[in-house]
Design a protein around this ligand. Structure first.
Ligand code: DAK
Length: 264
């Protein structure tokens, strides 16, 4: 597939998807979402990709939401199709076996905030703004915002943001725990890539196990979550990486992780 609305690059085991409709502040239209889904397929299939970064083109926006021109034309059936297309793609981010960082370089509004919230964590430029302004359009967040925002920053702060549609800046997002780190705009990608590179050197089996244990554990009670962790831990010990990591420590050398199970 040739991409028109996104850029897809891979360097040093880190893939970057850049939403690339700067004239529309990188708004998510159907064509972009189809390309995004295709790029996620590639990320899932390629074992040489150990981390994924999402960001936006230009210095103004990460993603200013779903494309309002398209929403304006949606009938209920079209809305269902649009929702499925967007939700399928966005919901795959927490399921990917590798860490996903949102590098929020400007406006992350509506579907843009929801895209960032589906990532493992968010780094932001000082100039970033977050919001779920759907209420101003007579709709509600439809790509998971009511659920993921409330789980991340608490129901009351999520209610205030969603009921008022007001934006918050990067400093406030950091205070609320929505964002992990804030950077000067020109430092953002370097900061993101530094963390992505650290994660990319770890064993794939352990990274995947940690991600699944955290994400699946958040949806269940503590005892069930601890049982999930236990299973995930056992899986790590079936990997060559666990033997390599512990041997490397004892032999005082750097581990060389292969990301495979012992039997493969
Ligand atoms: N869609 C389409 N075009 C957009 C856009 C968007 N979301 N946001 C900005 N643009 C376009 C503007 O129309 C303008 O185009 P031209 O007039 O130059 O042709 C260009 O980008 C630059 O924007 P502005 O001139 O407005 O720039 P400003 O700096 O003055 O303002 C702004 C920046 C981000 C504050 C403003 O553009 C703005 O408020 N944008 C809209 C933000 C918004 O409301 N986003 C939420 C969209 S609703 C669903 C599931 C999910 C969703 C929908 C359905 N289903 C379950 C069916 C998701 C909904 C949303 O995300």
């Amino acid at each position: 597939m040739t991409y028109e609305h996104i850029l897809f690059t891979v360097k040093d085991h880190v893939a970057t998807i850049t939403f690339n409709r700067p004239k529309a502040l990188n708004a998510l239209n159907r064509a972009l979402l189809a390309e995004f889904a295709n790029a996620i397929d590639q990320v899932e299939d390629r074992e040489d990709i150990h981390a994924l970064v999402l960001t936006g083109s230009g210095d103004k926006a990460f993603v200013a939401g779903a494309d309002i021109t398209e929403i304006n034309q949606l009938d209920p059936l079209g809305a269902k199709h649009f929702a499925r297309q967007g939700l399928d793609a966005i919901n795959r981010l927490p399921q990917l076996p590798i860490p996903v960082i949102a590098a929020v370089n400007g406006y992350a509004l509506g579907g843009g905030s929801e895209m960032a919230l589906a990532c493992d964590f968010i780094y932001a430029a000082e100039t970033a703004n977050f919001g779920l302004p759907e209420i101003n359009l007579g709709i509600i967040p439809g790509f998971g915002g009511t659920q993921r925002l409330a789980r991340l920053i608490g129901a009351n702060m999520a209610r205030e943001m969603i009921y008022t549609g007001k934006m918050i800046d990067a400093t406030e997002a950091l205070r609320l725990g929505m964002v992990n780190k804030v950077f000067a705009p020109e430092q953002l990608m370097a900061g993101v890539m530094e963390t992505a590179a650290v994660m990319a050197q770890k064993g794939r089996v352990a990274l995947r196990a940690a991600k699944q244990a955290i994400n699946n554990g958040l949806n269940v009670d503590l005892a069930s979550g601890l049982a999930l962790e236990n299973d995930a831990f056992a899986l790590c010990l079936a990997s060559t990486d666990a033997r390599e990591g512990t041997s490397a420590f004892l032999e005082k050398r750097k581990p060389d992780f292969k990301g495979t199970l012992s039997s493969s």
